[in-house]
Write a protein that binds this ligand. Structure first.
Ligand SMILES: [Zn+2]
Length: 114
């Protein structure tokens, strides 16, 4: 008996199981090639989501900058007003987190590696 990852939910299950004990995805009909393809598709979806998160975070930073620029007194004057500083904080932290997520997916979760 080997431990494999469920292609649907990615949790560890027995290779002998008829279906995943967590998400009840049937396992028997899948060949090794189909399983690999499903894992690869899942991984690509996650990469896509992580990349979207970096764009979203970048957008939040840009909106924060524009807000800061337009707020009185005009032109990125200090101190940063409340709303833009919150947006910039969330955006920068979110951006860093999204890149860490992206890097983790690329280097540790790439299918085909044990
Ligand atoms: Zn499952």
């Amino acid at each position: 008996m080997a431990i494999i990852r469920c292609p649907a939910c990615d949790r560890r299950i027995s290779s002998k199981a008829q279906s995943c004990q967590y998400c009840h995805e049937p396992q028997v009909k899948l060949t090794e090639a189909e399983r690999e393809r499903m894992l690869l598709r899942r991984w690509r979806d996650q990469l896509y989501r992580a990349r979207n998160a970096t764009y979203l975070a970048m957008t939040v930073v840009v909106v924060g900058m524009i807000w800061w620029w337009l707020a009185e007194p005009q032109g990125l004057a200090l101190p940063i007003p409340m709303t833009p500083s919150v947006l910039l904080g969330i955006g920068v932290v979110g951006y860093v987190c999204a890149w860490v997520w992206l890097g983790w997916l690329r280097f540790y979760r790439k299918p085909g590696r044990a």
